[in-house]
Design a protein around this ligand. Structure first.
Ligand code: F6P
Length: 527
C-alpha cells in the first residue's frame, strides 16, 4: 500500500504513483481493448461494479486491472480517503472561500449527525425540509382546487440547472403544478414563459444563493411587475430561496414565504434543499424524499467502501487516466432517456465550474490537465448529429452511456429499440469495422472507449444516485488534481466587466477604457 500524503498539499508532479502510472501507460501503449476482452475472461467482472440497481461497466475503457491498481495507489497517496472523511466531518475544505462543503446534510437523516464547526446542523436542516414539504403539500392542495397550476423557477447556474434537470428527469412522477424555468437575461426567455401562463394561477419562486445575481434579479423584477399588473397579492404568488434574507425581504418576500440555507451549501450542489423547491413542488413529498434517499445511499457508499469498490473514486481515477495519460480531453455524456435531456448541461456546470482550474490548492500552477470538457445530448438524437465524429474523428472522446432496463415511457414497445441503440453504439465504438475493399471513408477504427451506466429504472431514487455519484466523483478528481473544486472565481471577471459596460451601452457613461476590438463593438452597439 502506498503511504498517503496530506491531501491538502498533494501534487501530482511529486507523486510516485503518478510516475508509475506514466510508465504503465508507455508499456500499455496501443492497448487493444477488443483483444483484451477476447483474451481475458475476467476483464468484464474486474472492471464492472454494482450499486443499488446500477450496473456500471467500464471494461470498454482503455485500461485494465493493473491500471486500476496503479490508479488506486495514486488515490491512496493523494489522501483521497482522508479528503472524503474531512468533507463529511464538516471541515473547512473549501479553503479559498473559508467554508465547509456539506450539501450531503441536506439529504441526510437525523442519525447522520452532520456538524459544521463542531455544531450539529441536522435540526435546522430537518426543520427547513419540514417547512418546505409542508409548503409543497399546501400547493398540491391548491393544485387540486385548480388555484395553482404553474410554478416558475427564476434562477441561473446552480439555482436553475439542477432543478431543471431533475424536474425534466422526473416528468413521469409529477403530480404538482407544471414547472417552468427562466434563467437567461435575454428577455426572450421570460417572455416565452409568461405568455403561456395565467398570473392568477402561477407561483413565482426566485432562487438565488446571493440574491444579487444580475440575470435573476432582472427576471424577478419582470415577474413581479407581471403579477402586479394582474392586481394580485404578491405575498400569495412570490416565494424566495436564498442565503441572503435581508435581500429577499428588501425584494418584498415575507419571511414566511422565504426558505433559507447556509453558506456551506455551494450553488451547484444545492438542489437537495430549498433550491430544489420546484423539484419538490413538481413531484411531491414522497418522491422528493426518495430522490434525497438515492443520493444519501451514495453518500454512505462513498464513505464506507474500499477505494477499489468505491464508484465515485473509480470514476474519478478513470477520468484522470483518460485525461492525463491517454490525452482524451473531453467527456461525452449520452443519456438514452429523453427525460435526462438536461443532464449534460447540469453536469457541465457541476464539473467544469468545479474543476476548470489552473491554480493548485497551494496556489502554484498545475502542469497537468484538470476539468474535462463535458458535453452531450440524449441518444438516439445525438447518433444522427455528432456520433460521426465519435466513430471516425481524429480525436478520441470517451463516452458515458446512461440507460435504464425498464421502459422510460408508456410506449414500452419502443424501449427495446432505445436500448438496442445504446448497446450497439458502445459496441460499434469498441469493435469498429474494417472497410470492405479497403475504402478508407468506410473504415471504423474502433477501440474507442466508453462506460455503460445501466440502471434498473429511471426513478427519483436513481436520479438522486446518479447526481450524487458525480458530485463525489468531481470532488475526488479535484483532490487528485490538487485543485480547489468548490470556488468559482473564474466567473467573476466577466460579471464585473458586464456591470461596468452596462452604463456605457445605456448611454450613461463612456469613461471605461477598452481594448480596440471591444471599443469598436461598444461603438457599433451604441450606434
Ligand atoms: O456564475 C456563477 C454562479 O455564481 C454559480 O456558481 C451559481 O450557481 C450561479 O452563479 C447563481 O448564483 P446565485 O444562486 O447566487 O444567483
Amino acid at each position: 500500500m502506498t503511504p498517503s500524503t496530506d491531501w491538502r498539499s498533494f501534487r501530482l508532479d511529486a507523486s510516485e504513483a503518478e510516475r508509475g502510472l506514466e510508465k504503465l501507460r508507455v508499456s500499455q501503449e496501443g492497448m487493444d481493448v477488443r483483444s483484451a476482452l477476447a483474451q481475458d475472461p475476467l476483464r468484464v467482472d474486474q472492471l464492472s461494479w454494482q450499486l443499488d440497481g446500477l450496473h456500471l461497466d467500464a471494461s470498454k475503457q482503455r485500461w485494465d486491472k493493473e491500471t486500476l491498481d496503479g490508479l488506486i495507489s495514486l488515490a491512496e497517496e493523494a489522501g483521497v480517503k482522508q479528503a472524503i472523511e474531512d468533507q463529511f466531518s464538516g471541515a473547512t475544505i473549501n479553503h479559498t472561500e473559508g467554508r465547509a462543503v456539506l450539501h450531503m446534510a441536506l439529504r441526510g437523516r437525523p442519525e447522520d449527525g452532520y456538524q459544521v464547526d463542531g455544531k450539529g446542523v441536522m435540526d435546522e436542516v430537518l426543520a427547513t425540509r419540514g417547512r418546505l414539504l409542508d409548503f409543497v403539500d399546501e400547493v398540491h392542495e391548491k393544485k387540486a382546487q385548480g388555484t395553482v397550476t404553474d410554478v416558475i423557477n427564476i434562477g441561473i447556474g446552480g439555482s436553475d440547472l439542477g432543478p431543471a434537470m431533475a424536474c425534466k428527469a422526473l416528468r413521469r412522477f409529477a403530480s404538482g403544478p407544471k414547472a417552468h424555468f427562466v434563467s437567461n437575461v435575454d428577455g426572450a426567455h421570460i417572455e416565452s414563459v409568461l405568455e403561456q401562463l395565467d398570473p392568477a394561477k402561477t407561483m413565482v419562486v426566485v432562487v438565488s444563493k446571493t440574491f444579487t445575481t444580475q440575470e435573476t434579479m432582472a427576471n424577478a423584477e419582470i415577474a413581479k411587475s407581471w403579477l402586479r399588473k394582474a392586481n394580485l397579492d404578491l405575498d400569495q404568488h412570490l416565494v424566495a430561496v436564498s442565503t441572503n434574507l435581508d435581500a429577499t425581504q428588501a425584494f418584498g418576500v415575507p419571511l414566511d414565504r422565504t426558505f433559507g440555507f447556509e453558506n456551506w451549501v455551494g450553488g451547484r450542489y444545492s438542489m437537495w434543499g430549498p433550491v430544489g423547491m420546484c423539484i419538490a413542488l413538481s413531484v411531491g413529498r414522497t418522491h422528493f424524499e426518495a430522490f434525497l434517499e438515492g443520493a444519501r445511499h451514495v453518500d454512505q457508499h462513498v464513505q464506507s467502501s474500499e477505494l477499489e469498490n468505491n464508484l465515485p473514486v473509480v470514476l474519478a481515477l478513470l477520468g484522470h487516466w483518460n485525461q492525463n495519460h491517454l490525452g482524451m480531453r473531453s467527456h461525452a455524456v449520452i443519456p438514452y432517456a429523453e427525460d435526462l435531456g438536461r443532464l449534460p448541461a447540469y453536469l457541465q456546470q457541476a464539473d467544469m465550474e468545479s474543476n476548470g482550474k489552473s491554480a493548485g490548492r497551494t496556489g502554484e500552477p498545475v502542469s497537468w490537465n484538470t476539468g474535462a470538457v463535458v458535453w452531450g445530448e440524449p441518444g438516439t438524437n445525438s447518433q444522427h448529429a455528432f456520433f460521426q465524429l465519435l466513430h471516425q474523428g481524429t480525436e478520441i472522446h470517451p463516452v458515458d452511456f446512461i440507460a435504464f432496463r425498464k421502459p422510460t415511457s408508456g410506449h414500452v414497445q419502443m424501449h427495446d429499440k432505445l436500448l438496442a441503440n445504446a448497446v450497439a453504439q458502445a459496441e460499434a465504438l469498441l469493435m469498429g469495422k474494417d472497410a470492405e475493399d479497403d475504402e478508407p471513408h468506410r473504415n471504423f477504427p474502433g477501440n474507442r472507449p466508453s462506460t455503460f451506466f445501466l440502471f434498473d429504472e429511471l426513478s427519483p431514487f436513481s436520479v438522486g444516485q446518479l447526481v450524487a455519484l458525480h458530485e463525489h466523483r468531481i470532488f475526488i478528481q479535484g483532490v487528485i488534481w490538487g485543485i480547489a473544486s468548490f470556488d468559482q472565481w473564474g466567473v467573476e471577471l466577466g460579471k464585473a466587466l458586464a456591470n461596468a459596460l452596462l452604463p456605457e451601452l445605456e448611454g450613461k457613461s463612456s469613461e471605461v477604457p477598452h481594448d480596440a476590438s471591444t471599443q469598436s463593438l461598444v461603438d457599433l452597439i451604441r450606434g
